[in-house]
Design a protein around this ligand. Structure first.
Ligand code: AMP
Ligand code: MG
Length: 309
């Protein structure tokens, strides 16, 4: 516990000095910086090699802190009380009086906000006088980091401090929901679509406020080698990712789960892609993953990861 506190204090020191720090969340690790500081947030873009036009998700401790930066209504409060803290990101209207850095929003009048559910990061956010802008802690377009060692793989000594909170429980990014204009899911994520959809208000279409998610390009979450999906007969030379126990297991077989447990598949996906890449396989094939619940998000990520550059 004391160790946790001293690490949180270290993180605060770096953050107060406009440095980036990696933080654990239940979805994936974030590359965090003071969201009110132009200097700090520009470092996120530089480290990640992220295009400037791609805005950042800002992480808050609670509604009190959010109130300084965003407008919100009853509908948001309903979703907040159901799902937060948790793996959901909301697009809200930015207040004119907000101090959020222009780097974060790409000068839009909307802000992506999230309340991560991780003990250490929540303690950190509670102490800070500013929210944390934190995209996934990986080089742009690559695989998200879900542990301290993944973050080191991505940034090495370029990152000043990693707050180690163990492996991320979910292993896939947050679900993004827009509450500006037409309410809808903009990116599938760790919170299953069917759990949120029933709470969204339909037919409130407002085309003037059409929101898109920049940076959700065709190729994303990529291990940098080709991936083939829905494969029953893999080639011997490729890594084969499977989700259920096989009678015969070859050495190129990698289990995401042994019992078709899709939460387990989600948690193991990025880790396994990294392992396979490190073993110098030149291609990957994946067994069919049922397209239901979190399986929809897993398939979304695999599809983007499998796109050619
Ligand atoms: P990541 O960089 O992995 O944390 O993913 C964050 C995603 O949130 C990116 O695809 C961003 O484009 C998206 N995002 C951030 N802010 C906004 C916003 N104001 N409107 C729409 N999408 C956003
Ligand atoms: Mg990302």
């Amino acid at each position: 516990m004391n160790n946790d506190l001293s690490n949180i204090k270290k993180a605060i020191k770096y953050l107060n000095n406009d440095q980036c720090v990696a933080i654990p969340t239940e979805t994936v690790y974030g590359l965090a910086a003071n969201a009110y500081s132009d200097k700090a947030t520009s470092k996120i873009y530089k480290l990640k090699k992220r295009p400037k036009k791609n805005p950042l998700i800002v992480h808050y401790y609670n509604l009190d802190k959010l109130n300084k930066d965003c407008e919100f209504d009853k509908q948001f409060l309903k979703l907040y009380s159901k799902f937060c803290p948790g793996p959901i990101t909301f697009i809200l209207k930015l207040k004119k009086t907000s101090n959020i850095s222009k780097n974060v929003t790409n000068k839009n009048q909307t802000l992506a906000v999230r309340f991560p559910n991780h003990k250490l990061t929540r303690r950190l956010l509670k102490f800070l006088k500013y929210p944390l802008a934190a995209p996934s802690a990986n080089i742009s377009k690559g695989i998200s980091a879900i542990s301290r060692s993944d973050v080191l793989d991505e940034f090495g000594k370029k990152i000043k401090f990693i707050l180690d909170g163990g492996p991320s429980k979910k292993g896939l990014e947050s679900t993004i929901v827009s509450l500006v204009g037409k309410q809808k899911i903009l990116r599938l994520g760790s919170l299953e679509k069917n759990k949120i959809e029933k709470f969204l208000i339909k037919n409130k279409d407002d085309n003037k406020n059409k929101i898109i998610v920049p940076g959700q390009g065709k190729i994303h979450y990529s291990p940098g080698i080709p991936i083939r999906l829905n494969i029953e007969k893999p080639k011997k030379s490729e890594a084969y990712l499977v989700i259920s126990k096989k009678k015969i297991t070859n050495k190129n077989y990698f289990y995401l789960s042994k019992s078709k447990n899709l939460n387990e598949v989600a948690k193991n996906l990025y880790k396994t892609l990294r392992i396979v890449k490190k073993m110098s396989y030149k291609s990957i094939s994946v067994e069919t993953i049922p397209n239901k619940g979190i399986g929809e998000t897993i398939n979304d990520r695999l599809m983007r990861a499998s796109k050619k550059k």
